[in-house]
Design a protein around this ligand. Sequence first.
Ligand SMILES: Cc1cc2nc3c(=O)[nH]c(=O)nc-3n(C[C@H](O)[C@H](O)[C@H](O)COP(=O)(O)OP(=O)(O)OC[C@H]3O[C@@H](n4cnc5c(N)ncnc54)[C@H](O)[C@@H]3O)c2cc1C
Length: 378
Amino acid sequence: MAAEVLILGGGVGGTIVANLVAKKSSGWAHVTVVDATGIHVYQPGFLYVAVGKEQPSALQRPETSLLRDDVSLVVDRAARVDTVARTVQLESGRTLPYDQLLLATGSRTVMDEVPGAKDAHDFYTMDGAVRLFEALKGFQGGTIVIGVAGIPYKCPPAPVEFVFLLDDYLRARGIREKSQIKLLSPLNRAFTIEATSKLVQPILAERGIELTGFFNVETVDSVAKTVSSLEGETMDYDLLVLVPPHRGQKVIEDSGLGDERGWVPVDKNTLKHTKFEHIWAVGDTTNIPISKSGSVAHYEASVAADAITAEVKGEAPPKHTYDGKVMCFLETGQGQATTIQFDYDHPPVSPTPARRWHWAKALFNKTYWHTVPQGRLP
Ligand SMILES: Cc1cc2nc3c(=O)[nH]c(=O)nc-3n(C[C@H](O)[C@H](O)[C@H](O)COP(=O)(O)OP(=O)(O)OC[C@H]3O[C@@H](n4cnc5c(N)ncnc54)[C@H](O)[C@@H]3O)c2cc1C
């Protein structure tokens, strides 16, 4: 009888693993994806929605259109995993069995963990990006502050990309001289990656974007319009954009599968759960201290798919494991971008920003639907 391979989450990682296991297991596995919405969302596009350069409808497709015909999709929310009975209870009350379980539920944003930040803007959800663009359309000048309210968060360069795109947007509207853009970083540089921060900081300065380091957002006073840091500084704003705190999904926390923030502990190479047998995790949900990015989910997915396929076929584990590979684009505005590449053994490198990287990112964004979910590696 075919082994039941159950995948929680039909985002980047879950979809790739589902398609690859179904393809490679030659009938040894029956693959089921459980996804809370049944709609696959291309999140990197939120940045462009927030500045009016993309429509939300272009970033969403039904998950069924991205899965092979031999993969079953259940649209429901996983509520609890029973690692003894090897079952997953869904919100609807239905229970699904598994022989191999992949956790690919990504992360969730929790803005309400920041006192006073209820009305702060963000570009980390579709609704947040749409609401932010509405606010920007009404903005006639003043101070826009972009702060970070918790590490780790998805796509470490995204706040830097956003301020560059915001600078372009305000220039195009002819209100840049009446506006100040202030980027608050929790570190002593623009963002986590030192080499790329060194590359982009002079460009931030050139564009008149003010960078303040060591500002970990702690509280917001939405009446006085101030944001305060753990370090004791306070900054005025007219429009506040925050990177919300992130944590793992409730199903991970409620099932005792994660750490105190709901991140799943896995071996950083094999992607196997460190405590439970037959459980794997890929993408944002893992506790691996590496970028929470689609590219990581993508590279990890091909490793996890081969390992799960070997397991269901009763073969030896594959020799190749995840090597920490990351490859991201970073928009630097004015039609240019750079890239960030590294792995566990090689430090990050970023080329001088150029138009070709901007076009490469635009091309990747458009072709995503036909390459990534199917597991084709760039
Ligand atoms: C503004 C922004 C810009 C970004 N830019 C880039 C970029 O340029 N490059 C890059 O590589 N990455 C980028 N990312 C990050 C990238 O989108 C994520 O890292 C990636 O989507 C993670 O993939 P995942 O499979 O782990 O999770 P996700 O793609 O988030 O998928 C998780 C899935 O799980 C489902 N789910 C959640 N809980 C449950 C549950 N209980 N039961 C069932 N289903 C559940 C959700 O519905 C979702 O479909 C960006 C993200 C943002 C927000």
